[in-house]
Design a protein around this ligand. Structure first.
Ligand code: ZN
Ligand code: ZN
Ligand code: ZN
Length: 105
């Protein structure tokens, strides 16, 4: 990593890899809001992983198995108190905007 340029470089790299399918309009986020994930985990509690706009796609893919759903499938947002039905490819955007305080530019 001789040419590692610090956090900015790292985040843009993460975006290009993790968001391509779940978020079709990737942009660099300036959001700095972090909060615990309130989706249920496999033990019946809440997940609790600290996520933000940038890590949410990878988190739901790796932690909640979102990757195997087809784009047109609908999913129920199980975020505590939400229960909204959304199409799978809008799911990450929904979580960002409704639960992570993301503002559209
Ligand atoms: Zn989670
Ligand atoms: Zn929701
Ligand atoms: Zn954001």
């Amino acid at each position: 990593m001789d040419h590692y340029n610090g956090p900015i470089h790292f985040l843009s790299y993460s975006l290009s890899g993790a968001m391509e399918d779940t978020y079709t309009n990737p942009r660099i986020h300036t959001c700095t809001f972090w909060r615990p994930c309130r989706h249920p985990d496999s033990n019946g509690g809440l997940c609790g992983t600290i996520i933000n706009c940038i890590t949410v796609a990878a988190h739901f893919r790796n932690g909640h198995g979102l990757v195997d759903l087809r784009r047109k499938d609908h999913v129920i947002c199980e975020w505590s108190g939400c229960s909204k039905k959304i199409s799978r490819h809008n799911f990450v955007r929904h979580v960002r905007e409704k639960h992570l305080c993301h503002r559209r530019p």
